[in-house]
Structures are given as C-alpha cells and as structure tokens.
Design a protein around this ligand. Structure first.
Ligand SMILES: [Fe+2]
Length: 242
C-alpha cells in the first residue's frame, strides 16, 4: 500500500486506523477536506497531537499553528539568513521537517487549498522502509553516526525511537558549508536511493496529506511563480512525547 485514502466525512470514524497507519510509517491522504476555513484541519490536529514547539515560534500563522505555504515573491529568510525554500516556487528536494530540532515533528499535514494549474508543485514522497530495502551496509552504518551538521551541533540521520528506526534529514542544511567528503558522499547516496524509490503525485484542491515525518521523506517539484499554488501546513507532535 502506498497510502491510505479516506474521504473527509470518514476521518473521525477511522481515526484509530489512521493513527495505526501513521505509526507504521505510512502516509494518509484525506480527500475533499473543505478549504473555505480551517475547521476540518483543526479537528484532525485535535485527534492527532499537539502543535510542535518549533512551529509555534514561527511568524504569520493562522489559528496559532497553521502555516501558509506559497510563493511569497520575496522569499522568507530564517534567523540564520538562509532562504526558506517552502516560501519560494523552487524545487524542494526530499527532506523531513524540523531537521534542526531535537525532537522533530511526528506528523506533517499538508492541506491543498489551490493546486498549480500547470501541473507544477507535484508532491514527492519516499518511505523510509523503501530506502532501507535498498541501502548498502556502509551507508546504513554511516547514517547512524552523529557526524552530520545540524546548525551548531552534530546529529545522526538514522536514529531509533520506541524500537523503530527513524530518519531526520535535510540535505540543504547538512550540505550548507560542509566540506567533508564522507558526509557529502553519504547524503548524495541517500538521495540517490530515495530518488529511485520516491513516488510523485499531484495534490488536488481539498486533499490533505498526512505524513509520518520521522519515517517518510517529502518534497515537491518547482512551480510557476504566479500560479497561486497554496497549501496549509501543520506540524504536530504526538501528545505523550514531551
Ligand atoms: Fe517540508
């Protein structure tokens, strides 16, 4: 199964199944989620978890924790003066969100309000399980070492949480200012494997994609500057993890 598909009317009755699927590293796609307000999105969040701590420090939020994701014309910069790629129309390669955070978001919800009319901004996802099927032993070992630049610290890309192997990965953050060929090589090889196993699809208006952010990489293709493509994004942590 690539992802579980559910109509928005059936979300609450299927909440247990949705959580189970997310827990084993799958993705869930909810169809026909109303786009005129945030009521449905907020009700899903209520069931799934709590807003991630990194999110609530972010500016320009709707309802305290909903991010507006669109080409902002003048790209937003983070506090280290680096461009936030999700605020542009550029391609965004496979990654997980909140790579820099000690406990990244468990779930990422992406609600499509307006798709790109020219078929740009296609979603790409790659399941960690598909990467692990294909990974050579040297890379598997290397990715578990705490050698990867993560702002001012070092971290591993693969880690274990509750007896499951997880991933935190942002190639832009890792490779920025990195001059270590071992790290560069490992990141390129990981991306290479993930690109071979990723799937592409177009989110339609009203679709809400829910990803396990520690077991699924996501990204998107570029889209035209004036397309009006608009997503709403929420990052959540599971309630019982502090
Ligand atoms: Fe992201």
């Amino acid at each position: 199964m690539i992802y579980t598909l559910i109509h928005s009317n059936h979300f609450e009755n299927n909440a247990h199944k949705i959580l189970q699927n997310l827990g084993i590293g799958n993705a869930v796609l909810i169809k026909n989620v109303p786009t005129q307000d945030n009521i449905s999105l907020l009700s899903y969040c209520d069931i799934l978890g709590v807003p991630s701590k990194a999110t609530i420090r972010y500016p320009n939020l709707q309802d305290d924790f909903i991010h507006i994701v669109q080409d902002s014309q003048v790209p937003i910069k983070d506090k280290n003066d680096n461009i936030v790629i999700s605020s542009t129309s550029q391609e965004f390669d496979l990654h997980t969100d909140e790579y820099f955070h000690s406990n990244p978001a468990d779930y990422v919800l992406l609600h499509c309000i307006k798709a790109d009319e020219n078929n740009g901004g296609l979603s790409r996802i790659c399941f960690l399980s598909k990467i692990l099927d294909k990974i050579p032993e040297w890379l598997y070992q290397n990715l578990q070492e705490e050698i990867y630049p993560c702002r001012k610290k070092k971290t591993s890309i693969l880690f274990t949480e509750k007896d499951r192997l997880k991933i935190k990965f942002n190639p832009y953050e890792i490779l920025r200012d990195c001059e270590n060929p071992i790290i560069e090589n490992a990141v390129k090889e990981l991306l290479n494997i993930a690109h071979q196993r990723m799937i592409h699809f177009a989110l339609e208006e009203g679709d809400c994609l829910i990803l396990n952010n520690k077991e699924v990489l996501h990204g998107r293709t570029a889209f035209s500057k004036n397309s009006g493509r608009l997503l709403k994004r929420v990052r959540l942590n599971i309630t019982n993890i502090k």
